[in-house]
Structures are given as C-alpha cells and as structure tokens.
Design a protein around this ligand. Structure first.
Ligand code: G4P
Ligand code: NA
Ligand code: NA
Length: 189
C-alpha cells in the first residue's frame, strides 16, 4: 500500500533491537485518513469471503480493525488484555508472550461475542513473532469459529510471525512488509 509506505518513510524511526516506532500514525497518534484507507483495502480483500466479525487485540490494532469492520458492515471484537470486572463469566483465554515488552499477557474474549457461526477476519497493526496472532487463532479454534483471513498493516518479514501463520494454512495479507531495520534504516519490500 503506497500511502502506508510513504507515511512509514516520513515518520518511522528505528529504535533499538529491531523495533520501528510509528507513534505518529498508528501507535499513539492515529492518522485517521490513513487508517480509513487501510480499512477500505482490507475490506475489499475480505468482502468476498463474507466475514461476520473482525477480531483484534487491544490496543493498537483497534483503530485499523474498526475501519475494516465499518467498511465490511460487521462488528469489531477486540480481545482484552486481562479480565475486566464487567467481563462475562464464560470466556476464552490464552497466554501470549510479547516480543517488544518482554512480558507475558493473558488475552480474553467473552464467549458471547465469538461462536461457531462466525467467519473471522483477524486484523493487527504489526506481526513480529506472531505470538498475539497465534493466541487469537487458538481462541478462534476454541470458539469453533472459522478464520477466513489475517490482515496485517506492517509485517516485519525478517521475523518469523507471518510465515508461521502461513504454515498453519492461513492466508496472511500484509499492506507493507519490512525487509530489514538494520543500521537504523527502514528497508521496505
Ligand atoms: P507478535 O505478536 O507478532 O509476536 O508481536 P510481539 O508480541 O512481538 O509484539 C508485541 C507488541 O509489539 C504488539 O503490540 C506488536 O504490535 C508490537 N510490535 C511488534 N514489533 C513492533 C515494531 O517493530 N514496532 C512497533 N511499534 N510495535 C511492534 P501490543 O503488545 O499488542 O501492544 P499495543 O501497541 O497493541 O498496545
Ligand atoms: Na502494537
Ligand atoms: Na497490536
């Protein structure tokens, strides 16, 4: 996606250990025009697959997933990072490690918002090692729902996450792929 590539080249900077900072457009401030365009692109791709729901994990995937779900005319469900006081009793819960934060978190979705009739598109801002995506996929499996596609804004192609999901037999569609973050340079494919 040319607009996303352009914005990454304009505002992205490499921080230590292979992490690119996109706080100006996605991870702190949100470029709403860019995100709506991303939603349109994902929706165009997934509309023929007749999804019933878009899933993501809080927090940075929510804006893009919202734009996609709005375009598709289906609900967005975001997995919570921990059980909230108001959370329903019956939940699907998975433990996932976080590469950038170096911690383990539990992601939770209420059984009320995911079931065997759902055809799910999974959307996220980044895929790095793929732990978050695999966690969500385990939840989709537990709920008996069907995953019809995985849409990622920025795939870090030098990390194994995207290919690990492809090897599971799912289609991963990335708007931009980062080849390398070496020497402080953002190399896009
Ligand atoms: P993984 O799920 O693919 O393994 O990703 P990983 O755990 O490695 O990443 C943990 C968090 O860091 C995720 O956000 C992910 O989107 C983000 N992340 C991974 N690589 C980069 C990067 O190069 N730049 C930026 N800006 N973020 C990266 P999260 O924990 O879900 O946090 P949130 O931002 O959604 O709240
Ligand atoms: Na993130
Ligand atoms: Na994310």
């Amino acid at each position: 996606m040319d607009l996303l590539k352009k914005r990454i080249q304009e505002v992205g900077c490499v921080v230590s250990n292979g992490v690119v900072k996109l706080d100006a457009i996605l991870n702190h401030q949100v470029d709403t025009e860019l995100v709506m365009a991303m939603g349109k692109q994902f929706a165009e791709r997934y509309r023929p697959l007749q999804p019933t729901k878009v899933l993501t994990v809080e927090s940075s995937g929510i804006a893009i997933a919202f734009a996609t779900a709005y375009e598709l005319g289906v609900p967005l469900v975001f997995a919570r990072r921990k059980k909230t006081p108001t959370m329903d009793k019956e939940v699907y819960e998975e433990r996932v490690p976080s590469f950038t934060k170096g911690i383990v978190t539990d992601i939770v979705i209420s059984a009320n918002y995911l079931n065997q009739d759902d055809r799910v598109v999974l959307i996220d801002d980044f895929i790095a090692n793929g732990d978050a995506a695999r966690g969500i996929i385990r939840i989709i499996d537990k709920a008996g729902a069907m995953l019809v596609g995985v849409g990622i804004a920025v795939e870090k192609a030098f990390q194994p996450g995207g290919d690990s999901i492809r090897e599971m037999g799912y289609e991963v569609y990335s708007l931009v792929r980062i080849q390398s973050l070496e020497n402080g340079q953002i190399e896009l494919e």
